[in-house]
Design a protein around this ligand. Structure first.
Ligand code: MLT
Length: 274
């Protein structure tokens, strides 16, 4: 029996997971996966837009938002396993998957390894490559600095890279919301996720195997996963579409929800998803 609403708690993989489940019972399902270190509320503008025509589910990845962290070390594989167990618990055989950045790493891995469970994929401001040796060192330094100087300093540093320069003048409230999401993530979860991101495997060579419709969205001013890496994924995924979102950096769905939703809507209506 479905239990629609916001901030629903369910035990999945021995873990309490918090999720929103909105829209009609029998509609096509879109599952949204947030970026690091945010939570499901980063998808509010998309949920609001799509809940009339689709069943929209946004959940908090382990250790983020209202979901428990559990005791084990984090990895993208563990996050994917959580997703599949979450879908099993909700009795969802197949869904459209939309992930941003870390959410995109999870979505890509899930589609590659469980292709029968997904009917389309939206990759936003994400990447198929693994961390370079330099970025791995940077992640370890970030873990040290969070441990020593705390989350607030980390949050303020992160915001500078997450948004396009103009966003600091135009969407102050949304930026404050993202800051709150970051500082509400516990120190251990921040550190465990940073290590999981740094250990993630490259998936670029698996991209030609993806057979479902794929839309790639990226902020024109994304400094973390720039349009060039989105283009690389587009070239490797046969039949995929790509769109650059103007006036947006890494959090394109928050910075330009109008264009983001327009592209997503066009994709959902035009793709043969089934
Ligand atoms: C994210 O937004 O999820 C992160 O920027 C991903 C990363 O640091 O690799």
């Amino acid at each position: 029996m479905r239990n629609p609403g916001k901030n629903i708690k369910m035990t999945v993989n021995n873990l309490t997971v918090s999720y929103n489940d909105e829209g009609p019972d029998d509609a096509l399902i879109i599952i949204f996966i947030h970026g690091f270190p945010m939570n499901k509320s980063m998808w509010n503008a998309q949920v609001e837009e799509f809940e009339n025509n689709y069943r929209v589910i946004a959940y908090d990845v382990r250790g983020h938002g209202g979901s428990d962290a559990g005791n084990e070390n984090f990895s993208i594989e563990l996050f994917v396993n959580d997703l599949i167990c979450f879908m099993d618990a909700l009795k969802i055989d197949s869904a459209v998957l939309c992930g941003l950045s870390m959410g995109g790493y999870i979505a890509l891995n899930a589609v590659v390894n469980y292709h029968k469970r997904f009917s389309a994929l939206i990759l936003c401001d994400t990447n198929c490559t693994a961390d370079t040796p330099e970025s791995k060192i940077k992640r370890v330094k970030t873990v040290e600095s969070i441990t020593k100087t705390g989350v607030e300093k980390y949050a303020d540093e992160s915001l500078k890279n997450l948004f396009a320069p103009e966003s600091f003048a135009t969407i102050k409230e949304e930026i404050e919301d993202v800051r709150t999401m970051i500082i509400n993530t516990s120190k251990p979860s921040l550190c465990k996720t940073l290590l999981a991101l740094s250990a993630r495997l490259e998936t670029c060579d698996k991209l030609p195997d993806i057979k479902v419709p794929v839309l790639i969205l990226v902020g024109k001013k994304d400094k973390i996963t720039p349009p060039s890496v989105a283009q690389l994924m587009h070239e490797r995924i046969k039949g995929s579409s790509i769109h650059l979102i103007a006036h947006a950096g890494h959090l394109s769905n928050i910075e330009n929800p109008y264009d983001f939703n327009k592209q997503l809507s066009k994709f959902m209506e035009s793709s043969k998803i089934g």
